[in-house]
Unconditional design. Structure first.
Length: 134
C-alpha cells in the first residue's frame, strides 16, 4: 500500500488541515480546483457519514499540459486528489494522496516517469508542510 499512497498524520483538525494544504499547495505551484466535503454532500442526500472526509482536486496547469501533451491517457488521473480526513481508528487527521508515479505507471509510458516523480516531490513537500505548519 505504501507504494501507491503517501500519507501523514497531523495534530490539526480536518478544517485546519484543509486550509494548510491549500496554502502549501499554492507555494508548490498547485491550485485547488475543487474542495469536496463528502460529509456535506452525503448529508444533502439524507445519509450521515462520520468522521470528516474531504477530497481536494488539485492541479499544476503547466505540468498537466505537459503530461497530456505526452500521453492523453493521463487525463484519466487528472486532477490529482489530496485527501484530508479523520482516521477512524486513530482519530487523527490524515493528509494523503495517490502517488503520481504509481498511477502514471499503469500507462507503461516511460516518458512520463520524470514528470510523475516531479509531481510526487512537490505534492509530498506540500503535504508535509501542511501537516507541520501552525
Amino acid at each position: 500500500m505504501n507504494e501507491l499512497m503517501y500519507r501523514v498524520s497531523t495534530q490539526k483538525t480536518v478544517e485546519e488541515a484543509v486550509e494548510a494544504v491549500g496554502s502549501a499547495l499554492q507555494e508548490n505551484q498547485f491550485g485547488v480546483l475543487w474542495d469536496l466535503d463528502i460529509n456535506q454532500k452525503l448529508e444533502e442526500k439524507g445519509i450521515e457519514v462520520e468522521p470528516p472526509f474531504r477530497i481536494l482536486e488539485v492541479c499544476s496547469a503547466p505540468r498537466a499540459k505537459q503530461a497530456l501533451s505526452q500521453n492523453q491517457l493521463v487525463g484519466y488521473f487528472l486532477p490529482c486528489k489530496v485527501l484530508v480526513y479523520e482516521d477512524r481508528q486513530s482519530h487523527q487527521t490524515t493528509i494523503g494522496y495517490a502517488k503520481p508515479d504509481a498511477l502514471m505507471g499503469l500507462l507503461g509510458d516511460e516518458r512520463l516517469e520524470p514528470l510523475a516523480a516531479e509531481v510526487d516531490r512537490l505534492l509530498r513537500r506540500a503535504v508535509d508542510q501542511a501537516a507541520q505548519s501552525r
